[in-house]
Design a binder for this molecule. Structure first.
Ligand SMILES: *Cc1c(COP(=O)(O)O)cnc(C)c1O
Length: 452
């Protein structure tokens, strides 16, 4: 048992000084990204119009640790370490013998883990003289996190928000504006790509990315920022797992038996899981690691592992990843942050290598779990995070059945206080499950380019 402490923090001297890069510890290197035109591996010059040199270097590095610049650590100190909390009341409600710890990223200024990468991304752009950043946002969390970081470093922020979310989540737009960002509904009439769609089209993350990339590529002083998927984003998120490994030890546990996170583009999952995977590779812990995705956007469990574009317009490099097809438009489930057609190449790679597992769950089970969690732990989870919680619930109930006492660590990637409309739908019986049909999947996969 633990020493009875429920909320575990860290001293200043225990905070990570470096980001952890899983690439250094992989048995086989991940396949390189390819140029969308030539299909040759991309070089730094290909990425230079979009990203500053430090981020390009981080995208390709095989170094195990990358130092966190002091100005970034200084912003992290505003809200980190995020707490690791023992979910005692939820455990009691579940009647489980499992010990459940959640790593809560909702304490950040944007209410999710995304600030962990928006801050370094904006910092590196700012020191390179970039004056404007463009980006996409789905549910709005990434736009919020980027706008906040831009406000700190004096950079303009323009956000293409997926149309369906722009129409239904005006408060998200307002929050981005409060932090000083400018928001456009995507598809917009400001880009060549956006003009090709009908007014009122619901949009998708893939379309919004193409629009943001198109504008950044046209202007020297404008660059682009991506909130997930890329190696450098996963690298920045490693502060989550590094802290959690230490906090779990401080709680008196010898290690985790399960590490569980939700996966949209894969960044919060990788941020929590990769430092635990390193513990496992070093033989210090033996956790089973599980990524949880929505059944209506089942990238890891039903997508194909092959080269595809990161965006709908085909402007990004081709990346080897689990994909549903770059023009896949997921059904409008409430976990907006999990509605991406593909998965981070690094997460895809470790799934392909059999190092981690993936499961897909329906949103009704997730909301049911999330309300149970709120009524015991007092936190309203983001709909995305509720996917991880639902898998924890399954694991904890199975443990009770088997008379086992596993230690479960779960990523609570954000709070859901701006997603109350989704909870309202759930509580008043208006929430459906929308499984993806084999026909729809086959037709979107048919559009994936054939490489090699
Ligand atoms: C964006 C978001 C996600 C999904 O993105 P990942 O890159 O997969 O982490 C999950 N949870 C929350 C709260 C988010 O804002």
């Amino acid at each position: 048992m633990t020493n009875g402490r429920i909320r575990i923090t860290l001293d200043e001297s225990e905070m990570p000084t470096h980001w952890y890069n899983i690439v250094a510890d992989l048995p086989t290197p991940p396949p390189p990204p390819l140029h969308p035109g030539t299909h040759q591996p991309v070089g730094p010059d290909d990425l230079a119009p979009l990203f500053p040199p430090e981020l390009i270097a981080q995208e390709v590095t095989a170094e195990r640790y990358v130092e966190i610049p002091e100005p970034v650590r200084d912003v992290y100190r505003q809200y980190r370490p995020s707490p690791l909390v023992r979910a005692r009341r939820w455990e009691q409600r579940l009647g489980t013998s499992a010990r459940i710890y959640y790593k809560y990223e909702g304490v950040s200024p944007a209410g999710s883990h995304k600030t962990n990468t928006s801050v370094p991304q904006v910092y590196y752009n700012a020191i390179n003289g970039v004056t404007r950043l463009t980006t996409e946002t789905g549910a709005g969390q990434w736009g919020t996190a980027l706008a906040y970081a831009c406000a700190l470093f004096g950079v303009e922020c323009e956000v293409w928000q997926v149309g369906a979310s722009y129409d239904t989540k005006p408060q998200r737009r307002t929050l981005i504006e409060v932090f000083g960002g400018k928001v456009h509904r995507s598809p917009s009439t400001l880009t060549g790509f956006g003009k090709g769609f009908d007014a009122g089209h619901p949009g998708s993350l893939g379309i919004a990315i193409t629009e943001a990339v198109e504008l950044a590529a046209q202007d020297e002083a404008t660059k682009y920022a991506l909130g997930s998927v890329l190696n450098h984003v996963l690298l920045h998120q490693s502060v989550i797992g590094q802290e959690a490994v230490l906090q779990l030890a401080k709680a008196g546990e010898s290690g985790a038996d399960h590490v569980i996170g939700c996966a949209g583009g894969g960044s919060n999952f990788a941020g929590l899981a990769f430092p635990f995977l390193r513990e496992r590779l070093e033989g210090r812990q033996a956790p089973r690691i599980t990524a949880v995705e929505p059944a209506s956007c089942p990238t890891l469990t039903r997508g194909e592992y092959r080269y595809d574009f990161g965006d709908t317009g085909g402007m990004t490099p081709l990346m080897k990843m689990h994909t549903l097809g770059h023009d896949f438009v997921p059904s409008p489930i409430h976990a907006g942050g999990l509605r991406y057609h593909a998965m981070a190449p690094l997460v895809s790679h470790v799934v392909e290598e059999g190092m981690i597992d993936a499961v897909a769950l329906h949103q009704s089970e997730c909301f049911e779990t999330a309300t149970e969690f709120a009524r015991t732990e007092g936190i309203v989870p983001a709909p995305e995070s509720s996917h991880a919680l639902a898998q924890v619930r399954r694991t904890a109930l199975a443990a009770a059945e088997a008379g086992e006492e596993p230690v479960i660590v779960v990523g609570l990637s954000g709070h859901g206080l701006l997603e109350l409309g989704a909870y309202d739908s759930f509580l008043h019986g208006r929430l459906g499950d929308d499984p993806l049909s084999d026909e729809d999947l086959a037709s979107s996969l048919a559009a994936v380019p054939r490489i090699g």
